[in-house]
Design a protein around this ligand. Structure first.
Ligand SMILES: Cc1cc2nc3c(=O)[nH]c(=O)nc-3n(C[C@H](O)[C@H](O)[C@H](O)COP(=O)(O)OP(=O)(O)OC[C@H]3O[C@@H](n4cnc5c(N)ncnc54)[C@H](O)[C@@H]3O)c2cc1C
Length: 381
């Protein structure tokens, strides 16, 4: 069994209660209507979850990576849309915590803790997904600002976030070494948004195109130095992939719990379907795989949380994300099977969980990309 600290257990239990009592009803309704409900932001802010990563003296929770993962797991166990939205916010805040200057931190920590600022991360382009180093969005220095031009797609929270961490090329022709990271406030001139995407999954989260049309970004909003953007992304992927792994764990666990509940209630041939070996073996496999993902995630989050970095750690994060999301896909599909025809019906949550699980195999680097990272590490001299 994994031993969590008293603080980690306290936050996990608080979020679990909040998720079941207040978030689930709003989130499920939002998913049905295919939009993010801003009331969810209010609930997250009121309960201190937007500033979980910030120092205590600035109104934060001083949370470690494990606590962040537990939070994402609990939220995702009731709804994947809230899970992806919140995990994205947390990733954005990690960029500030780990890379911002003292002045930038002062400004954005205040925005988060006092104003409830919500974050998005803006990297993917129409022709640059897995190959993130090939982005074309251009940032040109002009006096005391950068002018950014280019199109970004599939951006979570684009419809609702107040602040974005965005990536653009400051020096073309040298791929990853020419990419820089910027903090972008929603209201800046030249920043526009496309329509809400209609999605098969995580339909209760906001996903839009972000258009930079000579967007005016103050030079002081550069994160770290010019050309450091790709290094920043790569180092934060370790954490953001753990958050997506936790999202997958939450979805898989949620589906497993629904399957167990249903199996005990449903009778066929005069007895509970939980007495049939065919159902028991599926439940056993689900239990094993959820538990394996949990152990992999929380062992890795503790490891990364202790400031460990490098190729080997990146491989562990990749394994966690890849295993947990493949687990979530399999477990949610089996949960639908345990519920039989009712598994397909929107009245029950497992069809939504099955759709949401698919997203976790794609975001923060597809599982093909994770397997490349894992294999490269295994084959390294
Ligand atoms: C719901 C959702 C939310 C998202 N939110 C964000 C966000 O907030 N911010 C953001 O920047 N992006 C976001 N994305 C984009 C996401 O990061 C990309 O979809 C992902 O990185 C894959 O890129 P792609 O879709 O362009 O697929 P591609 O890179 O075109 O891949 C297509 C297929 O080819 C495979 N492939 C590609 N390269 C290789 C290779 N070398 N070897 C083997 N197979 C390969 C892939 O695994 C995949 O199966 C989101 C996407 C979704 C679906």
């Amino acid at each position: 069994m994994i031993k969590f600290s008293d603080e980690q257990v306290m936050v996990r239990d608080m979020v679990a209660r909040l998720a079941k009592e207040r978030i689930r009803p709003v989130a499920i309704e939002a998913e049905r209507k295919n939009h993010f409900d801003p009331n969810l932001l209010k609930i997250l802010h009121e309960n201190g979850l937007l500033s979980l990563l910030l120092p205590i003296e600035l109104g934060g929770g001083n949370a470690d990576l494990t606590t962040c993962c537990l939070t994402v797991e609990e939220l995702s166990s009731v709804d994947g849309s809230v899970g992806i939205s919140y995990a994205t916010h947390m990733t954005g805040v990690f960029f500030i915590v780990d890379w911002a200057t003292k002045e930038q931190k002062e400004k954005y920590y205040r925005k988060i803790s006092q104003d409830g600022a919500y974050f998005g991360v803006v990297l993917t382009e129409p022709n640059a997904g897995s190959d993130a180093a090939s982005i074309k969005t251009r940032a040109v220095r002009s006096g005391d600002q950068y002018l950014i031009s280019g199109n970004k797609v599939m951006i979570t929270n684009a419809g609702i976030a107040h602040v974005f961490v965005a990536f653009a090329v400051t020096e073309p022709g040298i791929r990853d070494k020419g990419i820089s990271a910027f903090i972008v406030d929603r209201g800046v001139p030249g920043l526009k948004f496309g329509k809400e995407e209609e999605k098969m999954a995580v339909a209760g989260s906001s996903t839009r195109e972000v258009i930079f049309d000579n967007a005016e970004i103050p030079a002081e909003n550069l994160l770290d130095r010019e050309g450091k953007g790709f290094k920043i992304i790569m180092s934060e992927f370790m954490k953001s992939r753990m958050l997506v792994a936790s999202m997958a764990l939450g979805i898989g666990r949620g589906a497993f719990e629904e399957a167990v509940r249903y199996a005990k209630e449903r009778t066929q041939f005069g007895k509970s379907i939980s007495e049939f070996k065919g159902i028991q073996f599926m439940i056993a496999d689900m239990a094993m795989n959820v538990e394996l993902a949990r152990r992999m995630i929380y062992t890795t989050s503790e490891y990364i949380g202790h400031e460990r970095v490098g190729k080997e750690v990146a491989a562990y994060a990749a394994m966690s994300k890849c295993f947990a999301s493949d687990m979530a896909m399999k477990v949610t599909t089996d949960a639908v099977q345990v519920l039989g025809g009712y598994g397909i019906m929107k009245e029950y949550p497992v069809e939504r969980m099955m759709r949401d699980a698919k997203v976790t195999q794609i975001i923060e680097g597809t599982n093909q990309i994770q397997r490349i990272i894992i294999a490269r590490n295994a084959l390294r001299e």
